[in-house]
Design a protein around this ligand. Structure first.
Ligand code: ASP
Length: 422
């Protein structure tokens, strides 16, 4: 199917899923009603789950093969180091900007004003890992285990090592490189096959979700919800728009248009990780980033770069502080910026992980972790929105790094040339 038709169908699937789901919810059916049991939680939920599982299936092989190829093509350590430093630097910078915007907006709007603390819900924080553990976890002891666990940072490290070693092996390396390039095409073809099912997959996910999702929680938390959503939009349009315009010298509108299907995946799966195969394919074949840059920046971004999540954390911290009548000083704000930026490293992009990281941030500034119970009611929907921002941020940084390395193909970006096949 042509790309724009597919995009259109995915968007139709999204809208239909949300609409029909909301209608089912508004019918107020009993939990054991056959429509819910067999159709929504049976058929559609099954379809949605199979779709997400199929996306996840491709993540590890794709990241390994694609990145090993990319690293073997780059070859020398100096350019790897330079690209790595630029990418990580930009990821940290955009996250810091995101959380600062979140904190500023929340301070101005003050969404926690007059919040009634009598909440029944309880939130039990998960144990958050120490910084030492986070760093240690980057190093794989066993590549097969890293892949089996889906530990993305470890898979990334292993793939880079393999790629660099390939580039040092002369003829033998060349043979492996050719085989890996072929494998890369095979896995990309699997991604394309799966994308053909996206309209149905997205529809199933959203109808199953929205049939159970009431919006009453939103009206209680309207100020909080709108503050987070508003900053997400501002960061998305202004920060990314300005960055791709000035640093990558490309049209933000075309960039956002290319990214539309990726956003639909991110919205419906709430997972940067599950969206990764589609992000990678779009960034290479539509935005025009060469494989050696995309294969490194995109998987890394799906793991360590979560601007949308950082925005939620900034707003949530101010909100919870206000609800508990705690005054935050400048040092607290700086601690929030630092912790949230660091906390995002090593936490995989999966649904709801933002709340676990929020616990870390709250602890850092001495706020009660139970405060998370106050915002949990609207978090599912915000998770969907912030994941869109998370993946768009990865793609924006990828384009900027590619441009600075002379590896952004403007003919592909402008649609003058079909995305090259790797
Ligand atoms: N669901 C988000 C992601 O995968 C993470 C989060 O904020 O919970 O990017």
């Amino acid at each position: 199917m042509e790309h724009h038709k597919l995009t259109r169908n995915i968007l139709i699937g999204m809208v239909l899923g949300i609409l029909l789901g909301s209608i089912v919810f508004s019918m107020g059916l009993a939990d054991d009603h056959p429509l819910l049991v067999y159709v929504i939680d049976g058929l559609f939920d099954l379809g949605g789950k199979i779709f997400v599982i199929s996306l996840k299936l491709l993540v590890v092989p794709l990241v390994f093969v694609s990145l090993a190829c990319g690293a073997s093509n780059l070859g020398d350590n100096a350019s790897m180091g330079r690209i790595g430093a630029k990418t990580v630097g930009l990821y940290m910078l955009t996250t810091a900007i995101a959380i600062t915007l979140g904190l500023m907006a929340a301070t101005i709007v003050d969404p926690g004003k007059g919040i009634n603390l009598t909440t029944e819900a309880q939130y039990v924080a998960s144990e958050s890992p120490s910084l030492k553990q986070v760093i240690l976890d980057i190093f794989p002891a066993n590549p097969v285990k890293a892949m089996a666990d889906g530990n993305m940072l470890q898979v990334i490290v292993f793939a880079i090592l393999v790629g660099v070693a390939i580039s040092r092996c002369g003829d033998a390396g060349q043979r492996v490189r050719v085989a890996l390039n072929d494998w890369n095409e095979v896995i990309m073809a699997m991604v394309m096959m799966l994308m053909g099912f996206a309209p149905i997959g997205v529809f199933c996910l959203l109808i199953a979700l929205f049939s159970h999702m009431g919006f009453s929680a939103i009206s209680d938390l309207l100020a909080y919800f709108l503050t987070v959503a508003g900053v997400l939009v501002v960061h998305f349009l202004l920060t990314y728009g300005t960055m791709v315009r000035t640093l990558a010298n490309i049209s933000p509108l075309t960039f956002f248009r290319h990214m539309a299907p990726v956003m639909a995946y991110a919205f419906s799966t709430s997972s940067s990780n599950a969206t990764l195969p589609v992000t990678l394919e779009t960034v290479e074949k539509k935005v025009g980033v060469k494989n050696e840059i995309a294969a490194f920046t995109i998987p890394l971004g799906a793991t360590i770069n979560m601007d949308g999540t950082a925005i939620m954390q900034g707003v949530a911290t101010v909100f919870i502080a206000a609800a508990y009548n705690v005054d935050l000083g400048v040092a607290d704000y700086l601690a929030v910026i630092l912790t949230a930026t660091l906390a995002s490293i090593g936490t995989a992009g999966v649904p709801g992980v933002g709340l676990i990281m929020l616990a870390l941030v709250l602890q850092q500034v001495g706020l009660p972790v139970e405060g998370i119970a106050l915002i949990i009611g609207v978090d599912r929907l915000l998770d969907m929105l912030r994941t869109v921002v998370n993946v768009t941020g990865d793609a924006a940084v990828s384009a900027i790094v590619a441009k600075s390395e002379g590896k952004l193909d403007l003919d592909i970006f402008a649609g003058r040339e079909k995305g090259y096949s790797i």
